[in-house]
Write a new protein. Sequence first.
Length: 266
Amino acid sequence: MPRKRKLLAQLSTLQNSTSFPQSDAVEQLNTIPGAHPSPKSSKYFVIEKKKSPQLQDDFFNQPCVSLAKSFLGQILVRKLPDGRELWGRIVETEAYLGGEDEASHSKGGKQTQRNAAMFMKPGTLYVYQIYGIYFCMNVSSQGEGAAVLLRSLEPLQGLDAMRELRRASRKAPSKLLKDWQLCNGPSKLCQAFGIDKAFDQRDLTQDAAIWMVPGQDLPGEQDVVTTTRIGIGNTGEWAQKPLRFYLRGNRFVSVVDKKMEREMAA
C-alpha cells in the first residue's frame, strides 16, 4: 500500500507539471508584448471571427452635408444570396438637401410614394430608377427629405462577382471591365452590387443583405475635394452649389474636377 500511494503521488506531480495554462494565463499571452502566440491563434484552437463593427444609427443621424463627407472612406458591404460578400470603399458622394434644393427629388418638401424613403429615419436606403433601366442609391440623413447619393466606390472584395453582375446588366457583349471601371458612377455601383428597387426603404443598420462598416485611415479635410454635383444643369443656382465630395487623387472617382484640385494645390 505505501508503495502504491507513492506511485500515485508521483503520477499526480507529473500531471500537474504538464498541464495546459488556465484561461486567464492564455488571455495574458494575448496582451503581453513579445509573448509567444496564444493557443487561440493556433490551428488547434479554432475560433469564429467576430463580425466587423457595423455603422449604427448615431452615424447616419447627422446633417446631410456632414453625412456626405463622413461617408468618404467608409465601407459598403453587400451579401449576395449565395453568401459571397462584396466590399467597396466610398470615394464620392453628393448631398441633396430637400426643401429648397431644386435638384432634390423632395424639393418643396413634397413627399410621394417614390421618394418616401427620403423622409424616413437616417440610414434608410432610397433607391430610384433612371431612364427606366438604371438604379441609383441614396441614404437618408437628418433633415426633412434630405439624402446622400453614393456616386462611386473603390472595389475591395468580390471583384469577380462584381464583374459578373455588371456583365449581366449590360445587354451587348463588351471587354472585361478594369477594376476602376466597376463602380465609378452611381448606376455602375448599383449594377456591381446587385442593387435594384427591392432595396428601397431598407435600413442599413438592420438589413442582412447590405450594411456599412467603418473604414480605416479616414481622409482629412485636405484630402476631400468639394465641388458641384453632376447632371443637374437645369436647376439654376443649385447647379453651382458645392455639394459633391470626393477623395482627391483617387482613380475610382467618376468625374474629377481638375480646376478645383489645382486651386487646392495652390
